[in-house]
Design a protein around this ligand. Sequence first.
Ligand SMILES: [Zn+2]
Length: 235
Amino acid sequence: MNALVLHLDGIRVPVERAGSSRKARLTIEADGSLCLRAASDVAPDELEQFLISKRAWVYRKLSEKEALQHEPVTKEMVDGEGFSYLGRSHRLQLSDDATDVRLERGRLVLPRVKADAGAEPIIEWYRRRGEAWLKPRTRSWAERLRVEPEAISVADLGHKWGSASAQGRVRLHWATFQLTPALVDYVLVHELAHLREPHHGPAFWQLLTRAMPDYEGNKDELAQRGARLWFGETR
Ligand SMILES: [Zn+2]
């Protein structure tokens, strides 16, 4: 593995060698870090030039992102705190009888004994519930894309919404399940499409367009809303 890292005014820009396209692509990840993707035969000099030509774009994008991000969203495990699940808001209700976190009559019920455990019980609930929701969804999308995922799971993926391994394991971030079903579907379809097209080349986007013709709107909305989701920070 080539671990080339370039710098733009002191900002680290790791280079990911992938695909065969001569055209390099610079992206800003969900956490604001930069990544440059290019075929392995593009010379470092060329990549450096490309990066410099992108300087203005990088600063514009980073400042847009900062304006969106404000402070990280924090939650408090108290009665009335709001949690979003599949685009709907639910108030938290502490309960003396409940033994598990669950949705009940529109409320997210948290056993009082677990209220001191921080975000963990709630995150675990998103994880389990998200996995159950994903299973049938995955089946129908996988059929449409003609892929056969080996396993589907929900986990904490840091700054990534989803991942797909060469072995066919697809994972989604638990925080994704705060978004509307259409946006979770976008993340799911995106990762499933990677089982056929590992890289973000033209063939990948074509495949995505065929499966989900309106994907671009979802992609933009994910970029905007994603920055304001709750990622497990408590106060
Ligand atoms: Zn991707």
